[in-house]
Structures are given as C-alpha cells and as structure tokens.
Design a protein around this ligand. Structure first.
Ligand code: FAD
Length: 502
C-alpha cells in the first residue's frame, strides 16, 4: 500500500512538496484552510480588478524552470513569461531617479552615468554576486541544512569574508553615491533583514536582479500557482479546500498518526506542513513541540506589510510595472522595523502597476495598483496610521509621477498585519517569514524535520532555505527529497537542461 501523506497548506512550498512526493509514489492530500490555493500568493478580484495579494516580483526564472523541468515540463507549458524592460525604477529624495533597465550591460552604463568612474568596481561586485549565486544554488540551498556541515563547503570556507561582511558594507565599498548604494542593498530586503545584518554572500540577489532579470507571468503570480496545482493534480495529488487542520494527533510511538478536521480524525502516515512553523507546532501538545515560545520571541522576523489594493478609473501615462519610492530616510524606516518597532513616520514604499503589462488585470481603460509599505512584525493594525500613511504616500506619488491619482480611485482595499495573523496564523503577522540574518541561515533556521515526532516535517519560508517564492519551491523539493530518501525512493529529477530563458 502507498504511504499516505497529508500536506498542510497550499502555498508555493506545499505545492512544490506535494508534486515531488506524489511523483515519488506517495499518496498525497493537500489540506488548505482557504477556498483557493496559493497561500500568501492568493489573488484579490473585485469589480473587474485583479491583484496579486502577495508576491509580485518574479525573480530567479532558473529556479521556476528547474522545478517544472523536474517533471519533464517547462514553465511555458503553463504560462507566458515576459521579461520586463525596463525592470523597475527608483525614486530618491529631491528629484533624483534611476531606471533599472533589463540586462547587466545597460545597468552598468546607467550606474556609470549616475556616478562616473564606478564601472570597474561595479563589474567586480557583479562578478562576486554571480559567483555567490552559483555557490548558493549549486552547493548550499538544496541541502537539508540539518547539520552545520551543510553550510561548510570548500567554497563557503574560501568565501568566509562574505559571511562576516554585510551587504550594506559591501555596497558602500562598491559605489560612493548614496542612491546607488540603496539600489545595491534593495534586493536583500526580499530576504527580510536589514542590509547591515545580511551577510554579503547574499549579494547573489544582485545577480538575480541585474543579470537574471525581472519577469512577469501573464495573469500574475496566480498563473504560477494554477500551473503548480494543475501539475500536482496530474500527478494524483488530492486537494481539499476550506479545510482547516485543528490538531495534529500523535500516537504513543512518538510519531504522528493523523489530524483533526472539524473534530473528525483523519489517519495519515506522514505530515508535511507548509503553514507557518509556530502555528503548526501550536496544533500539537507542548511536549511534542521542537521550539518553545521563548525561541520564537528571540527570532528576527521578516517585516509585515501594509498593503493597499487600488483600482483607478483611468490609465496613467508614465507609470512603470514596478516602482520603488526610496525618497525618504531609508535607515529611519528600517529602524522602525528592526530597531524600536513603530509605524514609520515617512515610509519608503513599493508601487506595482501590473495593468501596465497585462490588460487582463484591470477593466478596459482602467489601472490596477498595489502599494506595499514594509512595517514591523508585531505591530497592531491601526486605522489612523493606515490613513495617515496612505495619504502621505499617495501625495508623494502624485508629486513624483506628476499625476492626479486620488481623484481616480474607484476601489481601495487595505490588508495589514492583523490580516496576516488571521488568514495565515502568522507569528506576529509576519509577511515573509524569518529574516535571513547570519544566525538565521542554513542549519540555524527552524529545521525541516521535527525533533519530537519522527514523521512530521516542515517546509516553507520559516524553515530552509528562507523567504521568497523561489526558496519556497526549493524548500518543497528538499523536504520531498528527504522524505523520499527515508523511504528508499528517488525524487524525480529533470535533465536540468538550460532554461530557454538563459
Ligand atoms: C506582501 C508580500 C509580498 C511578497 N513579495 C514577494 C515577491 O515579490 N517575490 C517573492 O519571491 N516573494 C515575495 N513574497 C514572499 C513569498 O510570497 C512567500 O515567501 C511565499 O509565498 C511563502 O510560501 P509558503 O508556502 O512558505 O507559505 P504560505 O504561502 O503562507 O502558505 C501557507 C499556507 O498554509 C495554510 N494554512 C495555515 N494554517 C493552516 C491550517 N491550520 N490548516 C490548513 N491550512 C493552513 C495557509 O492558508 C496558506 O495557504 C511576498 C510575500 C508577501 C506577503
């Protein structure tokens, strides 16, 4: 008889784990609390507008490609991908502004125009970013990270200085201009930590940004979710939506025997949870938890977010698919997240106008937009602060884009820290898991395997390798590979042919 596996949640990591496990011969059922798959990457649809509620940046196309390739498929079998050109723009204080084009050569030229003489040192920086990317992808992130040895490779030892130095320091060494320094630090924000606390090894995110490029899956990130669900179903995975796991039930053997749903017991041989880690363990009696609440209190969480989903009754000239508003004191905002948590007085923020690229995500002649303000995890949603921040950032946008925006808003939905708690049982309302600081990488992150229950496993942004959609795909693969190997099975592996995108 085939071993039964219950996968909790249907975020990217759970979908990935479900696919690998089904392909390895397990009987897999995904239990999802919401009515649709995707977790933090669900969509909001209203009055003809469509918004990606969570991720909007499709980076590291090679990781997506490798995932589908492992099943003999390609991304292009499921969705259309467009490389954005320009990739994005960044606004700085006063009237300063830079456009990040598509392709390293063009970006180096823009940097050189912005700071004459920086070309050589930027080229050197990007060389190290590429090398670190190759080390990370080929030697580190696909490891189970159950032991310190998983982080110790010849390459990481030779590269030790990159674990001691931080991204901010390295960016400061590379360029002198304060704006360009921020551009180099921006990708590390995806990793959920302050650039000054992110090891400079993670400058590989600059390779992802400048070299591998910014892509858009037509229809939005939901197209990727739907592709993974389709693939999973074709592999025999069963999905049960509107199904909340109430309890994980252990037997006397220090192993899980099933879950409770609506007070009914459902037997299983193995559980993989892609739900937030602390929440998953809260479904167990205390003695079966690997990590105490004290442990979680001491972790550095990635930020939460204040999000505005906006529908406009007109199209706008001159807006880009992705814009970053770093037109305020960057460090002051970071301190409001990682220092003394409080609502930022002058927040940096991110604006996403997907309808610029994709006419399907807004009614004809209209524009959809998501505004994201990173805030400290653990804050309480506060309507007064939300209104103040909204008014401030929309005014700043109007000024910088030279557009009248407020008068054209026909839809406005707000999503914030309390929503992350109620929708995902997210610890402190974190948006993207645990920060990638020096002592929260690899084997120092919560483990993919319970120490107390032998058939309980974890996947997703709270465990290894870390936050973000590509890491979630990898996380599902490594937990799948681990379980398969424990049961003498092999994981499907693609022929790892080069991505058609490269
Ligand atoms: C606002 C925002 C913007 C982001 N931007 C980007 C970006 O641009 N690019 C990028 O790469 N990454 C981005 N990220 C990060 C990325 O979205 C996440 O790292 C990734 O989607 C996490 O996937 P996951 O599988 O770990 O968890 P989740 O997506 O959170 O999945 C967990 C699932 O478990 C379900 N669940 C929880 N408890 C239970 C239960 N008891 N029973 C049943 N089901 C349960 C939840 O409903 C959910 O579906 C962003 C995240 C957010 C929130």
């Amino acid at each position: 008889m085939r071993n039964k596996i219950i996968v909790i949640g249907s975020g990217f990591s759970s979908l990935s784990a479900a696919c690998y496990l089904a392909k390895s011969g397990f009987s897999v059922t995904v239990l999802e609390r919401h009515s649709v798959a995707g977790g933090r990457a669900r969509t909001l649809k209203k009055n003809g507008f469509q918004f990606d509620m969570g991720p909007t940046w499709y980076w590291m196309p090679d990781i997506f490609h490798n995932f589908f390739n492992d099943f003999g498929k390609s991304t292009t079998d499921y969705f259309e991908l467009h490389r954005l050109d320009p990739a994005y723009e960044v606004f700085f204080p006063k009237k300063r502004h830079i456009v990040i084009d598509s392709g390293l050569g063009k970006i180096i030229d823009s940097f050189e125009r912005y700071e004459p003489g920086c070309q050589l040192s930027l080229e050197k920086y990007m060389k190290s970013a590429k090398k670190n990317y190759q080390i990370a992808m080929n030697k580190i992130v696909y490891r189970h990270s159950l032991s310190p040895w998983d982080l110790m490779t010849v390459d990481t030892i030779l590269n030790l200085k990159h674990f001691i130095q931080n991204v901010k320091k390295l960016a400061h060494k590379t360029v002198k201009n304060p704006d360009l320094r921020l551009v180099l630090q921006f990708p590390s924000l995806f990793l959920g930590a302050k650039p000054s606390k992110t090891p400079s090894f993670f400058n590989f995110m600059n390779h992802a940004d400048f070299d591998l490029g910014t892509w858009y899956p037509k229809g939005g990130m939901v197209s990727v979710v739907q592709a993974m669900v389709k693939l999973a179903e074709s592999l025999g995975v069963q999905f049960k939506f509107n199904t909340t796991v109430q309890k994980i039930v252990p037997n006397n053997n220090e192993a899980v025997s099933g879950v409770l749903i609506n007070d009914e017991f459902h037997q299983t041989d193995i559980i993989v949870s892609g739900a937030d880690y602390q929440h998953t363990e809260s479904l167990l009696e205390k003695r079966y938890r690997t990590y105490s609440s004290k442990y979680w209190d001491k972790r550095v969480f990635a930020p939460s977010a204040l999000l505005f989903y906006l529908g406009f009754d007109t199209r706008f000239k001159g807006v880009m698919h992705h814009s970053l508003f770093f037109d305020v004191d960057f460090d002051a905002h970071l301190n409001s997240i990682y220092g003394k948590p409080k609502w930022p007085s002058k927040p940096m923020f991110y604006a996403n106008f997907p309808s610029v690229t994709d006419s399907k995500v807004a009614p004809r002649g209209k524009e959809s937009c998501v505004l994201l303000v990173p805030i400290a995890s653990g804050l309480k949603s506060d309507k007064r602060q939300q209104t103040r921040i909204f008014n401030q950032i929309i005014n700043r946008m109007e000024k910088r884009l030279n557009l009248s925006l407020k008068d054209h808003i026909v839809l406005k939905e707000i999503y914030s820290v309390d929503d992350f708690k109620s929708d995902y049982s997210s610890t402190k309302g974190n948006a993207y898991g645990l920060a990638t600081t020096l002592n929260q990488i690899g084997f120092m992150r919560p483990k993919l395997k319970s120490k107390k229950l032998k058939n309980l496993y974890f996947t997703g942004q709270l465990t290894v390798p870390g936050p973000g959609v590509p890491p979630a795909l990898i996380s599902g693969k490594i937990v799948g590979e681990y379980i398969a190997s424990k049961h003498g099975r092999q994981l499907p592996m693609g022929n790892q042919k080069m991505s058609p995108l490269e």
